[in-house]
Design a protein around this ligand. Structure first.
Ligand SMILES: Nc1ncnc2c1ncn2[C@@H]1O[C@H](COP(=O)(O)OP(=O)(O)O)[C@@H](O)[C@H]1O
Ligand SMILES: [Mg+2]
Length: 248
């Protein structure tokens, strides 16, 4: 379970909050899509959640644990796939998985079982013997995803996971996100790509300029606005306020 309570981030001397009093609760067993255009505040929210950034105000809880107050404890509950994969190029896939398993204190038996299982699911069993430097972007993304699951975290967080993935890799990743949620995990990911969210998510939140504009199941959002597709809802909500444009 993830809970943002009035979570706010103001960078440096900026006069605008990159994340503005976000209130959001994401339950176990849910695939949650955090949607918004570039610069909306998605990565900022995720960095507060993973403990990479401290909130200027408010709190973020992971399974009831305050990330700001008990970062080490909270981080153990999270598997995180960042939006860029410039990682440990010299390691082979398996060395990377062992490295992640070491960090989280995963037993030899568990890392072998999980590593083999996920490598197979992501069609990476062969590649895991090769150095990451030889991987395509999609392969790096997949090994990062597996590395984030090696400690079997109850919360899986992915920042723009579909960017740069070929259709097959995207399919496998989406399938695994659904699987993890079915097993009871909380899966939270950001995207600016609508098609992904509409099919995959149990619930979505639409964010723009640091503010959560709408939240619910895709059907609820469509019903609320009377729109036919989530894309229309999204475009209307994030397309810019004409009044505000005039004021500039
Ligand atoms: N390290 C930083 N320092 C200053 N401003 C930042 C920093 N990171 C992000 N921002 C600003 O915060 C806002 C939200 O950015 P971000 O969370 O990266 O959005 P998203 O992930 O939705 O594209 C943007 O206006 C961005 O320019
Ligand atoms: Mg981002």
């Amino acid at each position: 379970m993830i809970e943002f309570i009035q979570a706010t981030k103001i960078y440096g001397k900026s006069d605008r909050a990159a994340l503005d009093h976000l209130n959001l609760k994401v339950g176990d067993g849910c695939v949650y899509g955090f949607l918004g255009p570039n610069g909306a505040g998605k990565t900022t929210a995720i960095r507060l959640l993973t403990g990479a950034l401290r909130a200027t105000d408010g709190q973020v809880l992971v399974n009831g644990i305050d990330v700001g107050k008990e970062p080490v404890k909270a981080k153990k509950l999270i598997g995180f796939v960042p939006d860029s994969q410039d990682m440990y190029d010299k390691l082979t896939g398996w060395e990377y998985l062992n490295f992640m398993a070491d960090i989280f204190g995963v037993s030899t038996a568990d890392r072998k079982e999980r590593g083999e299982r996920y490598l197979e699911r992501f069609e990476m069993s062969q590649a895991a013997r090769d150095r990451i430097s030889s991987y395509s972007r999609g392969m790096k993304q997949k090994i990062a995803a597996i590395g984030a699951l090696i400690h079997n975290p109850p919360v899986w967080v992915l920042d723009e996971p579909m960017v740069g993935l070929d259709p097959r890799a995207a399919f496998l990743l989406k399938e695994e996100m659904t699987n993890r949620a079915k097993e009871g995990a909380t899966v939270f990911f950001s995207t600016h790509v609508l098609e992904v969210a509409e099919k995959l998510c149990d619930r979505v939140g639409i964010i723009n300029k640091g503010k959560l504009l709408a939240e619910g199941t895709p059907e609820e959002l469509q019903a609320k606005t009377g729109d036919e597709s989530l894309e229309q809802v999204f475009l209307e909500m994030t397309g810019g306020d004409p009044a505000e444009a005039e004021a500039k």
